[in-house]
Design a protein around this ligand. Sequence first.
Ligand code: ZN
Length: 129
Amino acid sequence: MKIDDERKDRLKKMLNKMKEQIIQEDREEMKKFQTGEKRQIVEAVMDDADLSAIDISEDISLKQLSTHRDILKKIEEALRKLEEGTYGICEMCGDEISEQRLKILPFAIYCRDCQEKIEISEKFEGEEG
Ligand SMILES: [Zn+2]
C-alpha cells in the first residue's frame, strides 16, 4: 500500500514538531545542570551510556531526560519508516492507521481494530493462566 504524499508530509511535520519540542524541553532542563556533579550524569544520559550504575530514579528531571532520549529514538525510527512508506501502516492488517490515532499515539504500529483484537486476546490469555 502506498502512503500518499500529503499524508506523509503531515505526519513528517507532526513528528518533527514533537522532536523539536522534546529537544527544547531538554535544553531547558539541562540548563539546570550546567555546573556541578550532576552535569556528568546528564552527559552520560545524553550519551547513551550504561545507566545501570546511576540511580536516576531519584531525580525526576534526569529520568525525564532519559525518557526523552528513548522517545527521540522512536521519532527517528518513525521518520525513517515514514521515508520507507511503512510508518502509520498497521503491521497486522496493512491498513492505514488514522492520523487522529497517530496524533495521540505517534508510535502506534496497529490500527484501532487490530489493537482491540490484540488486547482482547491478551486478556483471554491472562484469564486462562
Ligand atoms: Zn489493522
